[in-house]
Design a protein. Structure first.
Length: 241
């Protein structure tokens, strides 16, 4: 293990030659995170090109507090609620929930996606070019994409069922001096099993209703659809007794 460890480039989809691939250029980012050009639309339909980080470790999309109100509106569903965002340091910081009018990058376009507002002063002080926010998994989830950091492109594929990108294994033989074993873990590695455990628990709870599988992530609508479409559902849309 001291000689190195294997890096598995986690990708979401296996690339088939007949599927068209769309590329969006990436730029060098903050602490190795990629930056992509994004079109943010105001409520009046006009737009502005900004730069945002792509962070698959962020559950939510985040925008800088300095972004003018014309790009976002109040999230009325969460009005009156206190929202906190967990920073990479483990410290919870207060956040303001909002709705973006429209966000587009590459082939991805989303109208009224949920986001939170945070102060990016500290982050932008370390950036050559300021960023307007972070693209989180609430926008990337369900997309078939991979980040090719070596070639600095974000690749998309119009994927059908069973279409994936390939997995690439790479070896790093230089040990690190910050750990006694000479190896370093990946931040999310210790929590990966938790999502599978929670998913299995939900499926076990719904099994009496005829549900034996739900695809992750477990959004409320996916759980509702699984119950509604299960063998335990009545023709009227409720559950049979």
């Amino acid at each position: 293990m001291r000689r190195g460890f294997m890096l598995l480039w986690m990708v979401m989809c296996v690339l088939r030659a007949e599927e068209p691939v769309m590329n969006t250029a990436l730029e060098a980012g903050f602490y190795g995170l990629a930056v992509v050009k994004v079109h943010l639309f105001r409520g009046d339909g006009t737009s502005q090109e900004v730069r945002m980080m792509v962070d698959t470790g962020s559950a939510m999309t985040v925008i800088d507090r300095s972004l003018e109100p014309g790009f976002w509106s109040e999230d009325k569903e969460l009005k009156g609620f206190t929202v906190g965002a967990m920073a990479a340091s483990g410290v919870e910081v207060p956040a303001e929930p909002v709705l973006l009018y429209q966000l587009q990058f590459g082939p991805v376009s989303s109208r009224m996606p949920k986001a939170i507002r945070l102060d990016f002063t500290a982050i932008n002080s370390a950036m050559d070019v300021p960023i307007a926010g972070i693209i989180g998994m609430n926008l990337l989830r369900g997309q078939c994409f991979r980040m090719d950091l070596r070639n600095q492109v974000l690749q998309y594929i119009d994927a059908g069922h069973g279409t994936y990108f390939g997995f690439t294994l790479d070896s790093m033989s230089k040990p690190t001096g910050t750990a006694s074993l000479g190896v370093k873990g990946v931040g999310e590695a210790g929590t990966i099993a938790a999502s599978a455990v929670v998913t299995n628990a939900v499926i076990d709870a719904l099994r009496p209703l005829g549900v034996d599988y739900i695809n992750m992530p477990l959004s409320p609508m996916r759980i509702w659809n699984a119950i509604h479409n299960s063998e335990g559902a009545s023709p009227e849309g409720g559950l049979s007794s």
